[in-house]
Design a protein around this ligand. Structure first.
Ligand code: SF4
Length: 462
């Protein structure tokens, strides 16, 4: 029989962990967004300093952790699918099973009741407790929970354990105060709090010293970043000024309060990528109001005009199709605005009700599933054509690409991104190069998602 223990994040209750002859091995899978990837890097760091090791073989692990996402239905369903498989590991080998992240926070009661083999449940503000909870679960079969939200936790002083490469993410703030009606983040990640810029800059300087060339600053709503009198535009500038950091990106800003000073930094700073992810969600005012987004399509248009007056700054966006009560005419407004905005790319999702959100309590989820799917498919088609056309316009041009590693489909090819974040692929044999290097690539072909080319100073073809 497992016992339950509820631990508050503000308690300094770390257990003394007895020295072990062999460090317990942890296998961890991460679902969802970049913030979750970053949190997994924090978790790796916290566990390693407490004597845990990591393995990429789930069948050799003493502990299996799932770092979960509650925002998208797809990630949510995948986690449930994985939990089904974990029962086997529990039964056959008695491994300790831990569920972390947003689902742990939002669905704690449901998860504990429906998945009795879960040993440890830890929300995004409870990771400091994870080593002690896992140790206790291994040694005394005690079920452990840390699911209280904190107003202060920013994991200051914890350097994430990164897996290498040339890109790194830094979370500059946690939580969100916006309460968009469809979104579960304010309930799973709590209220907004910004990190001390001193710690962020030290982290970025350490990354530059280790050869990272590109940094993405993360937050649920980065333009709300504020630490005393220090704002986000100042932070982006300071990170981009660090010698060795060649490109700085950020995500995601909210269209309702995009500061002009930040637009100036994007347009002018040579080391800030000239590209903005600007979530639209809907192009219809009634729907935007019901979503609690606090801007109209007119406000959004004016912001985009303001951006484009400053130069050619490619935009990407997020769209939700089939939000509560969305009529055909309202959906058409979104379609037209996507056409008009000519985004570089759009992440298009169907609305799925998330437990505990304002929309779940206030509005019926009344757009038929088939209609949602049709709308998503039509918008994806529209955006594919726009992206293809924009990418084809680059054929014959030279773009600066940061080499990031092997292409997904072939280790004989390099993969990197342009400043506007378009994937570029080319044959390694054309020029000796290495990840972290910037190369001018002449674009020769394009699909909706990828550019294909050759380095400007390629070796002669043999
Ligand atoms: S801004 Fe809205 S959509 Fe984004 S995390 Fe906050 S509540 Fe969610």
């Amino acid at each position: 029989m497992l016992h339950e223990e509820l631990i508050h994040p503000s308690q300094n209750h770390s257990l003394e962990i007895a020295p072990r002859s062999k460090s317990p091995q942890v296998y961890m899978e991460t679902f969802g967004c970049q913030m979750n990837e970053y949190d997994s890097e924090l978790v790796r760091s916290l566990l390693k300093t407490q004597g845990f090791g990591f393995t990429d073989q789930s069948d050799q692990a003493d502990v299996i952790l799932l770092n979960t996402c509650a925002i998208r239905e797809n990630a949510h369903n995948r986690v449930y699918g994985h939990l089904g498989k974990l029962k086997y590991h529990k039964k056959e080998r008695g491994v300790v099973i831990g569920v972390l992240g947003c689902m742990a926070q939002n669905l704690k009661k449901e998860l504990l009741e429906s998945q009795p083999f879960i040993d440890v449940l830890v929300g995004p503000d409870g990771y400091r407790q994870l080593p002690s909870l896992l140790t206790k679960a291994m040694e005394t079969q005690t079920r452990g929970l840390s699911v209280d939200l904190s107003e202060y936790e920013t994991y200051e002083q914890i350097l994430p354990e990164r897996v290498g490469g040339v890109n790194a993410w830094i979370a500059v703030m946690r939580g969100c105060d916006n309460f968009c009606t469809f979104c579960v983040v304010p309930y799973t990640r709590g209220r907004e709090r910004s990190r001390d810029p001193k710690g962020i800059l030290e982290e970025a300087q350490g990354l530059a010293a280790r050869g990272y060339r590109q940094i993405t600053l993360l937050g649920q709503n980065v333009n709300s970043f504020q630490f005393e009198r220090y704002d986000f535009a100042q932070l982006v500038t300071a990170v981009a000024d660090i010698p060795g950091i060649e490109r700085v990106r950020f995500m995601s800003p909210h269209p309702k309060d995009f500061p002009p000073a930040l637009l100036d930094v994007v347009a002018q700073h040579p080391h800030v990528a000239s590209q903005i992810h600007l979530p639209l969600q809907s192009g219809n005012d009634r729907v935007l109001d019901a979503m609690g987004r606090n801007y109209s399509q007119g406000d959004y248009r004016r912001l985009v005009d303001d951006i484009r007056r400053r130069g050619d700054i490619p935009l990407t966006t997020d769209i939700i199709c089939g939000f509560c009560g969305e009529s055909d005419a309202e959906y058409r407004d979104t379609y037209q605005l996507i056409e008009e905005m000519s985004y570089q790319a759009a992440y298009i999702f169907k609305y799925s009700e998330r437990k505990n959100t304002i929309a779940a309590k206030k509005f019926p989820d009344d757009v038929a599933e088939a209609t949602k799917h049709e709308r998503v498919a039509e918008l994806i088609d529209l955006q594919k054509n726009i992206s293809l056309q924009k990418n084809q316009e680059l054929i014959g041009q030279t773009v600066d690409v940061l080499i990031e590693g092997d292409a997904k489909k072939s280790s004989q090819q390099w993969m990197g991104h342009t400043e506007s974040n378009i994937t570029v692929v080319w044959d390694k044999s054309l020029q000796p190069s290495h990840p972290g290097e910037f190369l001018p690539i002449l674009i020769e072909d394009a699909s909706a998602s990828t550019l294909f080319g050759r380095p400007l100073q390629s070796l002669p073809l043999s």
